[in-house]
Design a protein around this ligand. Structure first.
Ligand SMILES: Nc1ncnc2c1ncn2[C@@H]1O[C@H](COP(=O)(O)OP(=O)(O)OP(=O)(O)O)[C@@H](O)[C@H]1O
Ligand SMILES: [Mg+2]
Length: 325
């Protein structure tokens, strides 16, 4: 198994400086993240809003710097790389963002949008060759070649996301970072884009880091799923294993909140003060956990492999592995 992305003991803390006086506030957003994205696999990162999913993507893409830990892309540590050293990595790793309305420049037509990365990297410079390449690329994302001279505002959300995917694929990357690429789309269009991503992943043997807050979407696309809660990976397992035997109380509560007919819902307990109380408990989920026991007040849970390939970070992991959902 070749690791396309290897994240080890990654921490990211933002520092909020006060306007005038007072102490700077530290906001730990990612804590001790360990993840591997193998070749030709889709790794899903699932968690609620604000848990740090996009921050993780930004660190991997070099937009934000890690506070501690390492990120290796194809074996190369990205810490301290210069702009020139990043260039080949950018060709190798591309990104699709959540909002196709904001991620495409409205002043550019589709031809310019998709050609821009090719110009930056000096690829397909002959006019005829480029035209053929652009048409084939549009075709591969299900768009007609006569769309090349139209502008982004002339398309629907789903079509725009297809353009964004075509732009990301123009450099023929091996890694795709997809940060909630279907969240801004309605359900039927979501299904089309997910099918497209699945097809592209198979055809191009892509490794995909796929961020979502929707378990149904993750189940459809991902080979492996990591569940994140307040900047920590609380559970990780192959997709089918996670759905068959969810262990962490957070995963269980998220799964039981997925709408389904005739099933009694166990909704995630709200906790208005989690932000304040997160530092008082060793386990960040304990204030909201319906299974928490006294042990959770004094035990810092560590991630452990409970079944082959299935890891969970919970002080009650032995008890939970015996309890069916
Ligand atoms: N530049 C920054 N300075 C300070 N805090 C930040 C900064 N960027 C993000 N944060 C904080 O980091 C936390 C995680 O943000 P992030 O955008 O990674 O969440 P997310 O999981 O992607 O959420 P969503 O699902 O809503 O996109 C949030 O509490 C956010 O306020
Ligand atoms: Mg986000």
């Amino acid at each position: 198994m070749v690791a396309r992305i290897e994240i080890s003991h990654l921490d990211k803390t933002y520092i909020r400086k006060p306007w005038l006086w007072g102490k700077a506030m530290l906001r730990p957003v990612l804590q001790d993240i360990n993840l591997i994205l193998p070749e030709n696999r889709v790794l899903g990162l699932v968690g609620e809003s604000g848990c740090g999913k996009s921050t993780l993507c930004k660190v991997v893409l070099g937009i934000e710097q890690a506070t501690a830990g390492t990120v290796k892309i194809n074996g190369q540590d990205i810490a301290g790389l210069s702009g020139t050293q990043w260039k080949p990595l950018r060709q190798y790793m591309q990104v699709v963002y959540q909002d196709p309305y904001a991620s495409l420049d409205p002043r550019m037509n589709v031809r310019q949008l998709i050609s821009e990365p090719l110009d930056i990297h000096g690829l397909h410079l002959q006019k005829k060759e480029r035209e053929q390449f652009l048409k084939a690329l549009l075709d591969s994302v299900g768009l007609a070649e006569n769309y090349l001279d139209r502008y982004a505002h002339e398309f629907s959300g789903g079509q725009r996301q297809r353009i964004a995917i075509a732009r990301a694929l123009a450099l023929e990357p091996q890694i795709l970072i997809a940060d909630e690429p279907v969240s801004a789309l309605d359900v039927s269009v979501q299904a089309q884009i997910l099918n497209l991503l699945k097809e592209i992943k198979e055809k191009r043997k892509l490794s995909v880091l796929f961020v979502t807050h929707d378990f149904a979407v993750a189940r459809f696309l991902c080979d492996e799923i990591a569940v994140m809660y307040q900047g920590k990976i609380v559970e990780q397992a192959p997709s089918e294993e996670l759905f068959a035997h969810p262990l962490h109380p957070y995963t269980r509560q998220l799964l039981s909140a997925v709408p389904s007919l005739g099933k009694k819902k166990q909704l995630l307990a709200p906790h208005a003060f989690w932000e304040e109380s997160r530092n008082e408990w060793p386990c960040p989920f304990a204030p909201r956990c319906q299974n928490s026991l006294d042990v959770c007040q004094y035990t810092l849970p560590k991630i452990k492999e409970v079944y082959p390939g299935h890891q969970v970070c919970c002080a009650l992991e032995n008890k939970l592995s015996e309890e069916p959902l």
